[in-house]
Design a protein around this ligand. Structure first.
Ligand code: ADP
Ligand code: MG
Length: 255
């Protein structure tokens, strides 16, 4: 597999994400076990693994939705603070899209996209509105801008959620099973938006069971089991020649 120049690591630059010896417990449950992961800018990482293996928790620690209890996480070389203003700023740099769309139900589509840029990025209403329209155009929803979330299909709502994240001009986008709650006919319209983001060089960490997306868009596959990364390879190697029984089992079930 060839990796385009924009996606290869520039040796002089800091990784976009660096997790070093990250540990996470929920009570007595050891959910992330000594995670080491460096993601260069522009890389698209697909995280696979059985249910309960720690994929969501891994994503959530990257923007500190979950605090960690050992190791460190750096975004562009900066250690993620536990709280305070710096955390708010860093979190704004890391967009996240979940399985549930989490749009504000009492706000219009346009308002959903402009809210955070106005509040957090201190953009003017005009400026935020202009950018929001561009983004809604890009995800194919501009004509729905004055509607409320409940008037849109699940696939449309998820595309709005992506536009809303992009409106913050994030450096990293995290996706946690963004198509799992969608009817099958709506999955592709969301994946298409993600593929185009990937092509444009966004740094992405994507938890998904969509193997077509993984093959098409991933630069790298991380396979997790029991809170650890047990495989880390390019998609071709992973899908044709996984090195662990756990991954072979997993692929046998899912493909
Ligand atoms: P995945 O996304 O791979 O299915 P998760 O990261 O959601 O896995 O969960 C990893 C493990 O941590 C599971 O055993 C899950 O039950 C547990 N877990 C996740 N979130 C919490 C929580 N808030 N409190 C307690 N246990 C949790
Ligand atoms: Mg999960």
């Amino acid at each position: 597999m060839t990796i385009s120049p924009s996606k290869s690591a520039d040796p002089g630059s800091k990784p976009m994400i660096a997790m070093r010896g990250v540990q996470k417990h929920f009570g007595s449950l050891h959910v992330l076990k000594d995670i080491d992961l460096e993601v260069p800018a522009g890389q698209v990482v697909v995280v696979l693994g059985p249910s309960g293996s720690g994929k969501s928790t891994l994503c959530r620690t990257i923007n500190r939705l979950e605090p960690i209890d050992g190791g460190e996480i750096l975004v562009e070389g900066q250690v993620l603070p536990a709280e305070g203003k710096d955390l708010a700023r860093l979190r704004a740099d890391v967009g996240m899209v979940f399985q549930s769309f989490n749009l504000f139900s009492h706000k219009t589509i346009l308002e959903n996209v402009t809210l955070a840029p106005i509040k957090v990025r201190k953009k003017s209403k005009d400026e935020a509105g202009k950018r929001a329209l561009e983004l809604l155009e890009r995800v194919g929803i501009a004509s729905q801008k004055d509607k409320y979330p409940a008037q849109l299909s699940g696939g449309q709502q998820q595309r709005v959620a992506i536009a809303r994240s992009l409106a913050m001009d994030p450096k990293i986008m995290l996706f946690d099973e963004p198509t799992s709650a969608l009817d099958p006919e709506m999955v592709n319209e969301v994946l298409d938006v993600m593929v185009s983001l990937a092509k444009e060089g966004m740094t992405m960490v994507v938890v998904t069971h969509e193997m077509g997306f993984a093959r098409k868009a991933a630069d790298r596959i991380i396979f997790m089991a029991d809170g650890a990364i047990i495989e880390d390879s390019d998609p071709e190697t992973f899908f044709s020649n996984p090195s662990t029984d756990r991954a072979r089992d997993f692929l046998g079930k899912i493909l």
